[in-house]
Write a protein that binds this ligand. Structure first.
Ligand SMILES: [Zn+2]
Length: 272
């Protein structure tokens, strides 16, 4: 397919012509390579010159127009920390992560206002779904207008999804830890379900899309666990000490699924 490390001329010609015989994966691979390889971009320009002189003429005119319209001042650059932060998470995730934090804080406020023997604490009930707001936005065409652009970059895929999920957890876990301390909860009780739902969303997300997975799991938890527990005066069985080994199993199982199906995050036509 390629000559050594680079894309060969024949493949670039087929890519230029959008040959129907060219599989979508090959097209993606060529695009990903072109993004990083100046030599192959120059070769593509040469193929355009030879095979599509009319297109080449249009491109030259566009370049003349772009250069004429180029502002004299360079575009303002962001400070280094802002550029670094953007390699971890897109700004579109901000409001979603914040929503999760607010949900945790409201739950804490309700728990503090409630009589001291009231069980189960709302913080404990909500902890599993607090990260889901941010996780839903971590890899979703619906919540991120630049998603298709991101998904087509060579850095896209499991690594990027995990980086963004890590950002959600880094923000959410300290808030839950404070809320858990105020409501006298053992950290494992809220942390394990919280992690299980986060990784579980990614695992289910490899099949139905991360945004949809977060919605489905969040709704199921709300309907089948939170709603029945509210009028009750006892923690639901799923959130007791005895259930912790099961949560560990869910975390491990979900991690295996996510790793095994990692390719689905960037598969062409995937339902992100
Ligand atoms: Zn190359």
């Amino acid at each position: 397919m390629t000559a050594g490390k680079h894309v060969d001329r024949g493949l670039l010609t087929a890519y230029l012509a959008s040959a129907p015989a060219l599989p979508a994966e090959t097209e993606w691979a060529v695009e990903a390579h072109l993004e990083n390889c100046r030599d192959c971009r120059l070769l593509l320009a040469d193929v355009v010159r030879v095979r599509e002189p009319a297109l080449d003429l249009v491109l030259s005119r566009v370049w003349i127009g772009v250069e004429a319209a180029e502002p004299a001042r360079p575009a303002p650059t962001r400070p280094a920390w802002a550029r670094w932060a953007r390699t971890w998470a897109p700004p579109t995730m901000g409001p979603w992560v914040l929503t999760g934090v607010l949900v945790a804080l409201v739950a804490l406020a309700v728990d503090l206002a409630a009589p001291p023997d009231r069980l189960p604490p709302l913080v404990l009930l909500l902890a599993p779904i607090v990260p889901l707001f941010g996780v839903a936005a971590a890899w979703s065409r619906r919540f991120d207008p630049l998603h298709e652009l991101t998904a087509a970059t060579p850095g896209a895929g499991l690594r990027m999804v995990l980086r963004r999920t890590a950002v959600v957890l880094v923000v959410v876990i300290p808030v839950l830890a404070v809320a858990g301390a105020f409501t006298d909860l053992s950290p494992a009780l809220w942390l394990l379900p919280c992690l299980a739902f986060t990784v579980g969303t990614l695992a289910l997300g490899t099949v139905v899309g991360v945004g949809r997975a977060a919605l489905v799991l969040g709704l199921m938890w709300t309907v089948f666990v939170i709603a029945p527990a509210l009028p009750d005066d006892a923690s639901p069985p799923l959130l007791r000490q005895a259930a912790l080994p099961w949560w560990v199993l869910v975390v491990v199982g979900a991690v295996v699924v996510v790793v095994a199906r990692a390719k689905s995050f960037t598969a062409p036509g995937s339902r992100y």
